[in-house]
Design a protein around this ligand. Structure first.
Ligand code: NAD
Length: 491
């Protein structure tokens, strides 16, 4: 059986405590994962601190950038291994993992190397009475050891999205991938080893949240900052732990995102867009639209078209060409999503399509498959309209005016993303900026230049990452202020 070990201070570390890594497509155990204990996390943090105090923390930007390029190259050289591990851990279709997860995993290292190389440093001149002035300039330094805790839905992409800028800024990292998806994170540690990253700069520990590696990281006094992607509830727990050491946090949390479809939109593009926004990655993307609002004149036609496309999704073996939707991540997550399907009906929803578990008559019946589902008829206050379900499901409802659509879309504790479909330039630029979210799309979804800010409003997150925003989170900025006296002779 394949073994996923911890990577600490440049060495592979075994643990007596192991847990199974399960393929969600058929429920088979595919690897044994070595759970890090507190002493291992301590050792990882200590080696990280030594690395930042040593050559890595003081390395010139060009040297660190060159290392990040080598990491990207090595991920690409081992593309098939990464692809295989990501598909086995998540059950996501090959078509998705090969075009999104793995290429972005490599790209994150190149992008942040480039951003760091070209990032300007601020300087200001303060004029003083009598001709003297003060020159202020900012220098960027590493924070120390950054704790990176990531989820299972886009394992390599979301891990590297944080590891790359942290390393670019000269920090060391102690990373913990989700217990559901340890595969590509372990391969990433192999890559770090192969390219010769100094020991201690990148550490990988496996385990769970409470009373395991996750908690050991967030409560560790030697961790300088915590960056986390996951559920809003977990974010609260981590925030409490981080409060003790007044640690900087960056949180990318859950969403209950709205999609607004106006009658003046390009109908077919909007249908295709909302099918993607609702069902991509089996609805397990924080940016997915679970609340779809459609202007009344096209409502019936839109719901019919959306349901037809949902029924056309191919729930096939993840490695087969033509498969467009995989299983959910785990048996537990499927129980949760199915409970929401039932709750929606108790709350008065009509089932437009789906709602159950497909039967295949083959090994997939041992996996965690679920039908893509469309609900209708719920009031905005229903629990299924307010809580993140995180499955292949959306609720559709009609609206009559632009103001109503904006108000209802914004009526959420979450505030991660929104997508607006309209043919009117005026309306697009009125409605998109009015969304109380971190990211508002117009006639598109899940599209973004990596230099732009990413994050959420409300309980969807704290802070922004992406481009220079990431550099600011992962560095300590020191403002140097130099008083310069006036000199008669130069006047
Ligand atoms: P999760 O919160 O259950 O787990 C995320 C990570 O946190 C895992 O590695 C887990 O082991 C760890 N963890 C759990 N409890 C912890 C604790 N008390 N202390 C320290 N670590 C702990 O999230 P998940 O189920 O893996 O992922 C799905 C969630 O992530 C959804 O809510 C989704 O919306 C969100 N998400 C958000 C974004 C974003 O960018 N905003 C992106 C992807 C996923």
């Amino acid at each position: 059986m394949r073994q996923y070990r911890n990577y600490i201070a440049g060495e592979w570390v075994e643990s007596a405590r192991r847990f199974p890594d399960i393929d969600p497509a058929d429920g088979r155990t595919i690897a044994e994962v070595h759970e890090a204990d507190r002493a291992m996390v301590d050792a990882a943090v200590e080696s990280g601190r030594a690395a930042v105090r040593g050559a890595w923390g003081r390395a010139p930007v060009a040297e660190r950038a060159a290392m990040l390029y080598r990491i990207a190259d090595e991920i690409e050289r081992r593309f098939d291994d990464f692809l295989d591990a990501e598909i086995a851990d998540t059950g996501k279709p090959r078509a998705l993992a090969s075009t999104l997860d793995i290429p972005r995993g490599a790209a994150n290292f190149r992008v942040f190397a480039d951003i760091l190389k070209t990032a300007p440093l601020e300087s200001f001149q303060l004029d003083l009475p009598g001709g003297a002035h003060a020159l202020n300039y900012t220098v960027r330094k590493p924070l120390g050891v950054v704790g990176v805790i990531s989820p299972w839905n886009l394992p390599l992409l979301l891990l590297t999205w944080k590891v790359a800028p942290a390393l670019a800024c000269g920090n060391a990292v102690v990373a913990k991938p989700s217990e559901e998806t340890p595969g590509t994170a372990t391969l990433l540690a192999e890559v770090m080893h192969a390219v010769g990253l100094p020991p201690g700069v990148f550490n990988l520990v496996h385990g769970f949240g409470p009373d395991s590696a996750g908690e050991f990281i967030t409560t560790h006094p030697g961790i300088a900052a915590i960056t986390f992607t996951g559920e809003s509830r977990t974010g609260s727990a981590i925030m409490r732990a981080a409060a003790e050491g007044v640690k900087p946090i960056s949180f990318e949390l859950g969403g209950k995102n709205a999609g607004i479809v106006f009658a003046d939109c390009d109908f077919d593009k909007a249908v295709d867009g909302l099918v993607r926004a609702s069902f991509l990655n089996t609805g397990q993307v924080c940016l997915c639209s679970e609340r779809v609002l459609v202007e009344r004149p096209i409502y019936e036609r839109f719901v019919d078209a959306l349901a037809r496309k949902a029924r056309e999704l191919v729930l096939g073996w993840p490695r087969e060409l033509g498969t467009s939707m995989g299983p959910l991540i785990s048996a537990e997550h499927r129980r949760k999503v199915l409970a929401y399907y039932r709750l929606a009906q108790q709350e008065g929803a009509t089932l437009v399509t789906g709602g159950g578990v497909p039967a295949f008559g083959d090994a997939r019946d041992g996996g965690f498959w679920i039908e893509p589902t469309i609900l209708a008829g719920l009031p905005d206050g229903a629990r299924c309209m307010r809580e993140e379900i995180f499955g292949p499901v959306c609720h559709v409802s009609p609206f009559d005016t632009e103001a109503e659509a904006v108000a209802r879309a914004n009526d959420s504790d979450y505030g991660l993303a929104a997508t607006v479909w309209t043919g009117s330039v005026d309306r697009a630029h009125r409605v998109a900026p009015a969304m109380r979210v971190g990211l508002a799309w117009v006639n598109s979804w899940f599209l973004r230049d990596l230099r732009t800010p990413f994050g959420g409003a409300g309980i969807s997150g704290i802070g922004r990452e992406g481009g220079a925003h990431s550099l600011n989170f992962y560095s300590e900025l020191t403002n140097v202020c130099v008083r310069i006296e006036a000199q008669e002779a130069l006047a």
